[in-house]
Design a protein around this ligand. Structure first.
Ligand code: ZN
Length: 307
């Protein structure tokens, strides 16, 4: 079989095939992963798939950006699908501080009240946590509309009490800035004050210094990233979609890509599955189809061949 063996971390080998998937063997644990393509170093200790969501519920008829809403049914389906593909769920910081195996991260941007009233019961039912990025200047506000958002549907936001409860239930509270603006259009001093104000507000209200950030509108400049580093924010998510290699070896932890999930109609389930499978790659699907009893002998046989 046309393949090439490359060695990564001690005890792991990656067999690179001419086909668009790869096999990583961990000799110590006799376990293996099938992924979709090789990262630049040919190793794959962990894959982190990050989902990007906003509101939970059914969009009202007058909503302009309906894709911002995910229904409880679609959210449940996505969690079911990822569990079937072998993913466990963690907050963003837990996933990236201690990456191991296949991890899915649910993130909510903006801090809408429905994340607590509608989203939390769904996630609790599945026993999974989430990470919510709040606009600290709007926490607890009612009927919020942002000029630059292109959506004039007023939204109620999470209160600090709700955020404290979410945190006590294992959620991570990250920053989305103090105001919901395009950071790339702001002078660096304005960006700095928005980031610092936001970090201080979260620390004061919840007693935890945030280390994760989401760029409003996915917009940032080199100055924004430099400021995040200065302030101690270690992870930042964009609105870009990931390729399978990005999940295994993200180039930059301040430019993490996410799979956007949203919608309420039947075809949105297909779109959701297709975006997820495109990000995870064909290898994940193949692996999930192999019966458990067949996986272990296959891994051991390959391990013997390569030792
Ligand atoms: Zn936002």
């Amino acid at each position: 079989m046309p393949c090439r063996l490359s060695k990564g971390h001690p005890g792991t080998f990656t067999v690179e095939h001419k086909y668009p998937f790869y096999l990583t063997l961990d000799q110590g644990k006799s376990s293996y992963f099938l992924g979709s393509s090789c990262g630049p170093h040919g190793t794959m200790d962990s894959i982190v798939l990050i989902l990007g969501l906003h509101r939970v519920g059914r969009p009202p008829a007058n909503a302009k950006i309906r894709g911002l809403f995910v229904t409880p049914e679609l959210l449940s389906f996505e969690i079911w699908l990822l569990k079937k593909l072998g993913y466990r769920f963690a907050t963003l910081k837990d996933a990236l501080l201690a990456p191991a195996g296949k991890i899915a991260v649910i993130t909510f941007d903006d801090g809408y009240e429905d994340n607590y009233t509608v989203g939390l019961p769904v996630l609790e039912r599945h026993g999974v946590p989430a990470t919510v990025f709040v606009v600290t200047g709007d926490v607890g506000e009612k009927a919020v509309v942002w000029d630059e958002a292109g959506e004039d549907l007023p939204a109620d936001m999470l209160t600090w009490e709700m955020l404290a409860e979410l945190q006590s239930r294992g959620w991570e509270i990250g920053s989305h800035g103090h105001h919901h603006v395009h950071f790339d259009r702001q002078r660096p001093d304005r960006q700095e004050s928005s980031i610092c104000q936001s970090v201080r507000a979260i620390e004061k209200a919840l007693g935890t210094v945030p280390i994760s950030f989401a760029y409003p509108y996915g917009a940032f400049s080199g100055a924004t990233k430099a400021l995040l580093r200065q302030v101690g924010l270690r992870f930042a998510v964009t609105t870009e979609r990931p390729a399978p290699t990005d999940l295994a070896e993200p180039d930059d932890l301040l430019e993490l890509k996410r799979v956007a999930i949203g919608g309420r109609r039947f075809y949105h389930f297909f779109r959701c599955a297709s975006r997820t499978l495109t990000a995870t790659g064909a290898g994940d699907v193949i692996r999930s189809l192999i019966p458990v009893g067949v996986r272990q002998p296959l891994a051991e046989e390959a391990s013997k061949r390569n030792s």
